[in-house]
Ligand binder design. Sequence first.
Ligand code: PEP
Ligand code: MN
Length: 340
Amino acid sequence: MIIVMVPGAKEADIKRVLARLEQRGYGHHVSAGVERTIIGAIGANEREKQQVAEQLMGLPGVERVVPILKPYKLVSRDHHPEGTVVTIGTARFGAGKVGVIAGPCTIESEKQLREAALAVKNAGAVVLRGGAFKPRSSPYDFQGLREEGVELLGAIGQEVELPTITEVMEPRQIEVVLQHVDALQIGARNMSNFDLLREAGATGRTIMLKRGYAATVEEWLKAAEYVATSGNLNILLCERGIRSFDSITRFTLDLGGMAAAKLETHLPIIVDPSHATGTHKLVSPMALAAVAGGADGLMIEVHPHPDQARCDGPQSLTPKRFASLMDQVRSLVQVMGETM
Ligand code: PEP
Ligand code: MN
């Protein structure tokens, strides 16, 4: 870290900072300029770095403390310069492989899920999604079929030969979900549920971590680092829109943040234009923009009859609309020199 002293800092203040650094096991190098002194510090203990920086900030004569290393390590490109390929069953994402995860927002019945699953499989999706434990904003809204939904997802996934993913909202749901489903989704509302991140990571299964709608890219990557520190780098990141001042779309799809995150991390990034835009009319343009911008995959909500959906009908594509989007995505992926 770099400690910047205030202009004209007293000798005693500088000495106090150096003494504190030595006490905490840091080597240091002092650059005394005409106006101000800057101290470079190299520390031994990664875990204490933040704490030491905060304590130094409180000392007299210190203007600011600037960290040099990123606050995430295992998920960073510094640690692993090549893109990582992450799999869910037979599906591959990253390093030039673009995959599409699709299915209904919520599993409503065997018939609804089967129709959706056949439609997305025939159109070329590589993973079947469906919510069973639903994080609804209102307690009066349909909360999902829960365990029954998880069983249906496993059975229909096998029937249509697609690997599956569903959301878990708390650690107790992980065991039952993993008896039937291949991968775990951690939703936007739980991105900072650190115990859930750790426990999901410890299963070793692929985790798709959605970006919280009020989270910075750095906070999102730090959340992924929690999963990684459980020894699991099978992580897909998912940009799903953030809150902004404009309510013309449900959220604001942050494709700039997605592209910036790709420079920072070796993990594949999936884009979810369904939750980001809230309307089926904007799903295709934003899906194509995401792939053109370097996304490693898409997550699209598809319902056989969006007008009868119990959740997120307005943003769900009909099977026909989804098939036509997939044709466009295939052409674009080819132009980009990638494969599906
Ligand atoms: C979902 O994908 O089903 C979902 C609830 O999304 P998010 O967590 O992004 O709101
Ligand atoms: Mn949804």
